[in-house]
Design a protein around this ligand. Structure first.
Ligand code: ZN
Length: 251
C-alpha cells in the first residue's frame, strides 16, 4: 500500500464523512486537504480539521462562483478567511473562472479583485494557494506571480503548455486528478510537469465520467500519473506525498 495525500477535495459536500474517511485511511491516504468555497463551507472544513486532527487539514477561501450569492457580504467572507488563517494550511479554493455563465454575473475585474485579496492573505500568512483557473490560466499565473506569492497549486490544470511553463518556472505546483486517466489536456499537463512539482487530488465529490470521486480515489490518480510519467508507483507516491507535506507543512 502506498502513502498518498489528497491535496484538494470538498469533504463538506460528502454525505457520510466518517465512512469516507475510514475508507480513505484503509486505501493508504495519509492526509486530506479539505477546501472551502464560501463562509459556510469554510466553517465546515475548519470543524472537520478539528474533528479529524492530523488527518484532515483545512484550506479556506472565497471561490469566484461564490461572488453572485455573497455579493452584499463579500467583505465578511474575505475577513473570515483572514481571521482564521491560523487554523488552515492553505488559501483555497480560490481563483478565476472565465466561463461565460459566471462572467455575466461576476465580471473579470470583480473576480480579479477577490482573487487578489486571497493572494494577499496567502502571502501575508506564508500559505500556499489552491487555485481554480478555468479559461483564465494566464491571468491566474500573472496575478500570483506579480503579487510575489511563491507557493501555489494549479488544481486540475487543463490550460496551454505555454502557461504551464510559466507555472513550472515560477516554482508552483500542479495537482493531478482522475481526469489524468482520460482527459487529453490534463494528461499533457501531468506529463509536462516535473515530478518535483506534482501533487495528487480528487476534487471529491466531483463526477469523472460518471464516477463520483472520494478521497480513496487518490490511489487511482497515483496509478494514472505513474502511467503518464512511466515511473514506478513507489517513486511517484513517495515524491508527490513529500511535495504535499512540504508545501502544506503537514508533518
Ligand atoms: Zn475544487
Amino acid at each position: 500500500m502506498y502513502k498518498v495525500i489528497d491535496t484538494h477535495c470538498h469533504l463538506d459536500e460528502v454525505d457520510d464523512v466518517e465512512s469516507i474517511v475510514k475508507k480513505s485511511q484503509n486505501a493508504g491516504v495519509v492526509a486530506i486537504v479539505a477546501c472551502g468555497l464560501d463562509y459556510e463551507s469554510n466553517n465546515v472544513v475548519l470543524e472537520l480539521a478539528q474533528k479529524y486532527k492530523s488527518y484532515v487539514y483545512a484550506a479556506i477561501g472565497v471561490y469566484p462562483w461564490t461572488i453572485p450569492d455573497a455579493l452584499p457580504n463579500l467583505d465578511r467572507e474575505v475577513q473570515f478567511v483572514e481571521d482564521n488563517m491560523k487554523y488552515a494550511v492553505c488559501v483555497g479554493e480560490v481563483g478565476l473562472d472565465y466561463k461565460k455563465e459566471l462572467v455575466k454575473q461576476a465580471g473579470k475585474q470583480q473576480q480579479q479583485e477577490l482573487f487578489a485579496a486571497m493572494i494577499d492573505i496567502a502571502v501575508k500568512h506564508d500559505k500556499p494557494l489552491s487555485i481554480h483557473s478555468r479559461y483564465s490560466w494566464k491571468d491566474c499565473l500573472n496575478l500570483v506571480s506579480d503579487a510575489g506569492a511563491t507557493k501555489a497549486v494549479f488544481h486540475w490544470y487543463t490550460g496551454p503548455s505555454s502557461v504551464l511553463r510559466g507555472i513550472v518556472e515560477g516554482g508552483y505546483h500542479i495537482s493531478a486528478c482522475l481526469a489524468a486517466e482520460y482527459h487529453y489536456e490534463h494528461k499533457r499537463a501531468v506529463k509536462e510537469t516535473p515530478l518535483t512539482q506534482l501533487l495528487l487530488e480528487t476534487d471529491t465529490p466531483v463526477h469523472y465520467q460518471g464516477h463520483k470521486a472520494e478521497p480513496a480515489d487518490t490511489v487511482r490518480v497515483l496509478t494514472a500519473v505513474r502511467e503518464l510519467k512511466e515511473l514506478d508507483l513507489a517513486a511517484v507516491a513517495e515524491k508527490t506525498t513529500q511535495n504535499a507535506r512540504q508545501l502544506f507543512k503537514i508533518a
